[in-house]
Design a protein around this ligand. Structure first.
Ligand SMILES: [Zn+2]
Length: 287
């Protein structure tokens, strides 16, 4: 059964490790992430962007697939199904579809409007036993075709949003989505430290986990990050493994064209990436 992410992240914050959010795109992604979490006895958060939800034909399909898979595969570790960067309407749809967690991304609204909408969603998610993530300060990178550099959130605004009754907070600390450019300045630990001082026990979320050096990840966890989002890295490892299979001509040998064979190396590559991340984040054995 799906659970909200609140308890797993509070435990992570108290235990100084982080739980990975791995975004899913299809059956192979979901199966790879669920089985790796179970094998490593780690809690896990399955992230679904609105685009990926649409691709999988809608949030109800996603809920049906994840619930069915958890039952058929006997997944017993804590799993949260989480909307990633939701619009207000997208959040309502996921509440209705049976997600266990949502992120409302109101970072592009003026702070007053972000606060108003977040407050309404606090009420709704509490009624449904779901967890809610809010965002302050936009996270850079490509979102809807626009590439932005990572900005740093205002710690006082973070405190204001954290106090609304949300469960965990994403704050921009110079992190960006997708691949990091060569001239990236690194994470702003000064900002993170200031945010954690004001927000106390609130679990903090680091978006754009792909390509942040391991020592920076560990330092961020020390400073209160308890949820790290990984998306691009699984896509890159899946693509590389699939490219290798085809470039070696394996799809042309015997029944190598069978999708169950063709997608197998990519599936294994996602499993390896998820395992590597769970080990770095320290969530192995914490289910
Ligand atoms: Zn993000």
């Amino acid at each position: 059964m799906l659970v909200s992410a609140t308890e797993m992240l509070q435990k992570a914050k108290a235990g100084h490790y982080a739980v990975g959010q791995f975004n899913i795109n299809n059956l192979e992604w979901t199966k790879a992430i669920l089985l790796t979490a179970q094998e490593l006895n780690s809690p896990v958060i399955l992230g679904v962007s609105e685009g990926a939800g649409k691709y999988m034909t809608g949030f109800k399909t996603v809920v049906g697939m994840v619930n069915g898979m958890m039952e058929e595969l006997n997944i017993t570790v804590p799993v949260a199904l989480h909307l990633d960067h939701g619009t207000y309407d997208g959040c309502l749809k996921c509440v209705e579809a049976g997600f266990s967690s949502i992120m409302f991304d109101g970072s592009h609204y003026p702070i007053e409007e972000n606060v108003e909408k977040t407050k309404e969603l606090v009420k709704i998610t509490r009624e449904h036993g779901m967890s809610l993530e809010a965002e302050v300060g936009s996270i850079g990178g490509e979102e809807d075709g626009v590439i932005g550099m990572g900005e740093c959130a205002d710690p006082n605004e973070c405190k204001m949003v954290a106090d609304l009754g949300i469960d965990f907070l994403a704050a921009g600390i110079g992190n960006i989505h997708g691949k990091y450019p060569a001239n990236w300045q690194g994470l702003s630990f000064e900002t993170l430290d200031a945010i954690q001082k004001l927000t106390g026990d609130m679990p903090l979320v680091l978006h754009g986990g792909t390509g942040i050096p391991t020592d920076m990840i560990k330092k961020a966890i020390d400073l209160g990050v308890s949820k790290i989002n990984v998306n691009t890295e699984c896509q890159l490892s899946f693509a590389a493994a699939t490219r290798k299979y085809i470039e070696e001509g394996k799809d042309l040998q015997g029944k190598g064209f069978d999708p169950r064979k063709l997608l197998a190396p990519g599936y294994e590559a996602i499993k390896a990436t998820v395992k590597e991340k769970m080990e770095i984040f320290g969530s192995v054995g914490k289910a």
